[in-house]
Structures are given as structure tokens and as C-alpha cells.
Ligand binder design. Structure first.
Ligand code: DUC
Ligand code: ZN
Ligand code: ZN
Length: 465
């Protein structure tokens, strides 16, 4: 048994002093200070926060993309996640057009099983919605613990689904209780803008952002919401929402009581089209991701922080999809459209969002909700994960609010040759991490191992009406 003693537990209603007793893999009890029995090994949390291990509901380990593959394996990526205070990831199994869904899921288990340092679950990407794929949605929900399906309105010829395919998948989800996750950008319109830009000789990374204007994110978000309405209010979760106008669509739907949810990511809360994507030369390639970073001259970042406060944005995930500059991002030298899309950040989400608390943009309770509790509830992991409560898995982070974190390629653990956050110094520091009762990281020393992480079958979302 272990006792995490002297800390401040952060729950859904706010902070309170409590000593957390861990018995084996689960939390046994929470005691008022000084009331716990003597005997267990003590982890001293004096002056620190005790929070549920964070859940990153959007990662892409080893994703084949743009002629290469995301550079973190399930081993390196989940190790980095653990060090950063994330104790569960939900990655995406990928079915491409023409592939059998169950084969693609087996392939993802082949990549992940036995290699993860923390617990993991899957969503399923459907890159080709056909009769077989629709049938397999029931199989995945009922037997494989996969209750959410990502569709793409972008990337024609790669992952793209047309409106008819989207509607059919939504109808199936409405019937079996699954969530539809949407990459909401108008891909065919973006492809026109990309072609025109390249014809004008506009080849730098900045043009990746300029050819994906927020109107095309807002239009796709709105269309997805309308289509979900036609499918009897199928539950819809907009992934990596980046822009004010897209947020307006989500907000309007939620104000009508619709089953519509959205996530954003740290890169959209902090980074910008001008400062990062527009960096000199080819440097901006580090920040090529889709949806793209938005202009600092508009109100996106302030609106997204506000959306997190009002719950129009429910979750912060990373969309962790790392590519090295060398041999990977470099594929797009002279043609931004060939730069593999993605930013790596699975290690830094807990700290970056804690900075929002320090800056007065989020409450402590909302910090924990957006990085742990709501992702657990949204994706059928609650109350096993996402909360400090008796009976829950002892996935726990002791967080030091007086510590400091310096982010750099020199010190990070992700398999990347650069950092999107190079040189950032922020308040707060992950002190100790427990995964199912095992201390896997403490005081900068990592003691976890590949293979400790187990596949978790998920239930339906708590938020469905
Ligand atoms: N966006 C990215 O930036 N990378 C992978 C896929 C996606 O939708
Ligand atoms: Zn996406
Ligand atoms: Zn993604």
C-alpha cells in the first residue's frame, strides 16, 4: 500500500486537502489530513497538487502520413507521455480506403501491444466508409471497446469521406451509441487554394496556413453539425478546433442543446501563424499541422481560452503527430503541401495547460477537467480513469506548482529532432507519476517500462443524450 500524503487533491469541485491511499492498482480511500492509518509507504506531497493522471484523447504514434511515418513509436511516445504526467492515451487505428477495418485494428494492436508504458485505448479512423466499414462499427463498439470513429472532411484521396459517407456513418453511430469525431476542414476547397498558391510560386511553410483559412474550418464544422442533426442528433466531437469562427458554430449548436462537443490543443492556445509557421526559411515546417495555426492579429487564442472556461471546448488533447525535420519535414522543401502534417507535444500538455492556471485563464478544477476528467467521461473511461476516487485506477500525478519546466529538444523524451516549444520556461512541474499504483516517474528519474501499459476497452460516452 502507498499513501500520498500532505497534498491538495484537485477534484471536479475544486481543491481540498486529502491523503490518498493506494492499494495495489487502485485507489482505496481518501482521508482527511492526519486520519490515514500508519503503515503504508509514504509519498510526500506536501505543498503539491494530487491530480488524476492526464488522458490524451488524441495521439498518432507511428502514423503513416505524407510518405513517411510519425516518429514516435508506442514505446517512445508513451514513455514521453508518462514523464509529462499523461497516464492514458487514446490513439487512432487507421483504416485506409479499400482496407478491411478489422485488419487495420489488428495492425494497430500489432504496433502497440506490449510496447506501451501507460494504458492505451483506440479510436478508429474510417478512411473508406463502405458497407463493410459500417458493419464493423457495430463489432468495434460491442466487442473491441472502440466507441468513437474519426472521419475526415479534408485530405481528398487519402482519408476523405464525402457527405453521403459521413451521413451513413453518423446514422450508424446514432444507432449504436458511438461518437463521431470529425476533422472539420473543407478538403476539396483547400486543394484548389493549395494548387493556386503553388502555381504562383508560394512554396514556403507559411502558405500551408494561408491556404487553409478559418472559413473552411468553420464551413466544415457547420456542415458536420447539420449532417449530425439529419442523423437524429448523432453525437459529434470536433477534433483540433483552432479558429474563432469554427468555435462559433460549436457554441451555437450547444446553445440549442445539441450533442456537439469539441477539443482544442495547446498549439492553438499559444502559437501563431505569424510567429511560428511564418518563421524564416523552412523553419516554419516544424509547425505545419492541420488544422493550422491561426493569425495573432485575430482573436483565436483568447476565444479558445474562453471556450475552455465556458465548456464550449470540453477537452484539450495534443494531436501528437511528431515528424523530425531531417528526412521528414524536409520532404516539403520547395513545396509546403509535401510537408508531413503534425506537431509533437504529448509530453507537455499537462504543464502547458497549468500555465493557463498561472496566467489566470483557467481554474485548477477546470485544468484537471479538460486534461483528465472530461476526456475520461467523453470517451467511456470514467470512473476507472480521470478522477481521484475510491475504486478508480491509481493513475495519479503529484504536481509541484512551485517547480519550473524548461522545454527543449535537449531535455524532452519524444523522438523528435526539434521542439515546437523550444526554450519555453513555464511554471509548474510534474513531480511523481503513478500508473495503476506503480511509481513510474519521480523527481526526474524514470522507472517505468514498455509493456506495463495495457489496452483498455472503452464504454460509451457519459455525455450522450
Ligand atoms: N492533422 C495533423 O496535423 N496531423 C495528422 C493528421 C491531422 O489531421
Ligand atoms: Zn485531424
Ligand atoms: Zn489527429
Amino acid at each position: 500500500m502507498k499513501l500520498i500524503k500532505g497534498g491538495t487533491v484537485i477534484g471536479a469541485t475544486g481543491p481540498y486537502p486529502g491523503d490518498v491511499l493506494v492499494d495495489g492498482e487502485t485507489i482505496a480511500a481518501i482521508f482527511a489530513p492526519g486520519r490515514a492509518p500508519d503503515g503504508p509507504d509514504v509519498i510526500d506531497a506536501t505543498g503539491k497538487y494530487v491530480i488524476p493522471g492526464a488522458i490524451d484523447a488524441h495521439t498518432h504514434m507511428q502514423l503513416p502520413f505524407g510518405g513517411t511515418e510519425a516518429s514516435d513509436t508506442f514505446d517512445t511516445g508513451t514513455r514521453a507521455a508518462a514523464i509529462g504526467g499523461t497516464t492514458t492515451i487514446i490513439d487512432f487505428a487507421v483504416q485506409r480506403y479499400g482496407e478491411v477495418v478489422l485488419d487495420s485494428l489488428a495492425a494497430w494492436h500489432g504496433k502497440a501491444d506490449g510496447n506501451c508504458h501507460i494504458d492505451y485505448a483506440f479510436h478508429q479512423i474510417l478512411g473508406g466508409v463502405d458497407d463493410d466499414a459500417l458493419k464493423s462499427m457495430d463489432q468495434l463498439v460491442n466487442h473491441e471497446g472502440i466507441t468513437s470513429f474519426k472521419l475526415f472532411m479534408a485530405y481528398p484521396g487519402v482519408f476523405y469521406s464525402d457527405d453521403g459517407q459521413i451521413l451513413r456513418a453518423m446514422q450508424k453511430a446514432r444507432a449504436n451509441g458511438a461518437m463521431i469525431m470529425m476533422h472539420a476542414e473543407n478538403g476539396p476547397a483547400i486543394d484548389v487554394l493549395v494548387k493556386q498558391a503553388l502555381e504562383r510560386g508560394e512554396t514556403d511553410p507559411l502558405f500551408h496556413g494561408l491556404t487553409r483559412p478559418q472559413e473552411l474550418e468553420a464551413e466544415a464544422t457547420s456542415r458536420a453539425i447539420w449532417l449530425a442533426g439529419v442523423a437524429a442528433d448523432c453525437p459529434l466531437y470536433i477534433v483540433h478546433l483552432s479558429a474563432s469562427k469554427a468555435l462559433e458554430q460549436v457554441k451555437a449548436a450547444r446553445d440549442l442543446g445539441r450533442n456537439v462537443f469539441a477539443e482544442t490543443c495547446p498549439q492553438y492556445l499559444y502559437l501563431t501563424l505569424e510567429d511560428q509557421l511564418g518563421a524564416p526559411g523552412f523553419e516554419g515546417a516544424k509547425w505545419v499541422c492541420s488544422t493550422p495555426l491561426r493569425s495573432k492579429h485575430e482573436s483565436h487564442r483568447a476565444d479558445l481560452w474562453q471556450g475552455l472556461r465556458t465548456n464550449d471546448l470540453s477537452v484539450v488533447s495534443t494531436d501528437h503527430c511528431p515528424f523530425c525535420m531531417k528526412d521528414q519535414k524536409e520532404l516539403g522543401v520547395g513545396d509546403f503541401s509535401k510537408i508531413p502534417n503534425g506537431i509533437g507535444g504529448v509530453e507537455h500538455r499537462v504543464d502547458l495547460l497549468y500555465q493557463g492556471v498561472v496566467d489566470g485563464k483557467l481554474s485548477l478544477a477546470r485544468w484537471v477537467e479538460t486534461i483528465a476528467t472530461t476526456p475520461a467521461r467523453m470517451f467511456g473511461l470514467y470512473p476507472r480513469k480521470g478522477v481521484i476516487a475510491p475504486g478508480s485506477d491509481a493513475d495519479i500525478v503529484v504536481y509541484d506548482p512551485n517547480g519550473r519546466t524548461r522545454i527543449s529538444v535537449e531535455t524532452h523524451h519524444m523522438n523528435m529532432d526539434h521542439s515546437a516549444w523550444e526554450g519555453w520556461e513555464i511554471d509548474g512541474r510534474v513531480d511523481t507519476v503513478l500508473s495503476r499504483g506503480e511509481v513510474i516517474s519521480a523527481n526526474g528519474e524514470y522507472t517505468g517500462r514498455a509493456g506495463h501499459g495495457r489496452y483498455v476497452k472503452r464504454g460509451l460516452s457519459d455525455y450522450l443524450l
